[in-house]
Design a binder for this molecule. Sequence first.
Ligand code: AMP
Length: 209
Amino acid sequence: MKLIFLGPPGAGKGTMAVRVADAASIPHISTGDIFRYNIKNQTELGKKVKAILDSGELVPDELTIELVRDRLGQDDAKSGFILDGFPRTVPQADALSEMAPVDNVINFTLSDEEVVKRLSGRRVHPGSGRTYHILFSPPKVEGKDDETGDDLVQREDDREDAIKNRLRVYREQTEPLIEYYRSRGKLVDLDSSPAPEEVFTSLRKILSL
Ligand code: AMP
């Protein structure tokens, strides 16, 4: 099963990708996670992309495409994968169709207002990647990770200015992919506004999992 999860930031693509990857035994490939891992470990790639991620702009296509080409070339991705956050531009989608044509594209839909609400309340435990939401899924102790008690942080790109920029970038550069895949008969829309459990149930039906 080769899947793309498309949709605005904060629509729950990552959360659903983790669950589907587990249920279908395929890798979850998040370009955002790969960039953040490199930033955290201060690799050459990380140093190159940090300011771009902090601002909510997109990393250049060539760099991102090569990164995904490498990742899809690994053994665990041969029989299937979930791409979360890639492609984000038409050139990326064209490159992907040559590398590894996908079976289905799930289009997670969510209003701008809901995106801002979800992202601005998100808090992360930097050590593990565990995420919380100050309203919808708060930690047991305010500002602290449930398991370690470490401080939670807000992602630089979850601050209000960066959220607005990410949404603008999404509408301008990524949204055209909806028509791109719809016209190829691959797109399925999924309303992301209900609670995660309900979204996952709908997703299982779509994917026959
Ligand atoms: P995400 O975690 O998917 O929201 O991605 C976080 C950030 O990583 C984005 O705002 C971009 O700066 C960068 N990024 C992730 N995926 C891509 C991509 N396919 N193309 C360009 N930049 C990306």
